[in-house]
Design a protein around this ligand. Structure first.
Ligand SMILES: [Zn+2]
Length: 178
């Protein structure tokens, strides 16, 4: 256990590379424990008029609550607010972390404020839109080509009907040319 640990740290998100200021304190430090012991003693003197053994119960309770609070604050602060990436979840299961980022992304693009924000996901969203539009145009072109070839197959080329052209060596009334 450290005597004193820094509350904030500057880091970069591993997914969107945004600079972040996160809670770096994962556990209570020795200073917190000593302060809790002093506070428990003071409470004991104030309530019971002397140092009572019940101060130990207060000390344990406050320390456990403090540790839980500090740990959950650290854990929640790890998740990037810009892209939803969770490094702890990524260590356990990369697929689950990817799913979480995808869900976060879908939630963001459904929000109209997202287009006006400075989110690093905007560039990703624009690229995604361009790719989707190109795929759609490609699909339409393929569909048009397919329908054209099908209609050409269904109606084969028929010689246009027109006046019968008689060649010079044929004589009118001669049935041999029929
Ligand atoms: Zn991020």
């Amino acid at each position: 256990m450290r005597l004193f640990s820094r509350l904030f740290e500057h880091r970069y998100c591993a997914f969107c590379k945004s600079p972040r200021r996160v809670y770096g304190k994962k556990h209570v430090d020795l200073t917190n424990v000593l302060a809790t012991a002093a506070l428990s003693g003071l409470v004991s003197v104030a309530v019971y008029g002397r140092l009572d053994p019940r101060a130990i119960v207060i000390f344990c309770l406050v320390t456990v609550l403090g540790e839980t609070f500090v740990y959950f604050r650290w854990r929640l602060a790890l998740v990037c607010r810009l892209c939803g990436f969770d490094p702890v979840m990524y260590k356990r299961s990369p697929a689950a972390a990817a799913k979480r980022v995808r869900e976060f992304f879908e939630q963001q693009i459904a929000d109209p404020k997202f287009q006006l924000s400075k989110s690093p996901l905007l560039e990703l969203h624009r690229r995604h839109q361009i790719r989707r539009r190109k795929n759609h145009e490609r699909g339409l072109a393929l569909e048009r080509k397919r329908s054209r070839s099908e209609s050409a197959r269904r109606s084969p080329v028929v010689a246009p009907k027109g006046p019968v052209v008689r060649l010079g060596h044929e004589r009118p009334g001669d049935p041999s040319h029929l």
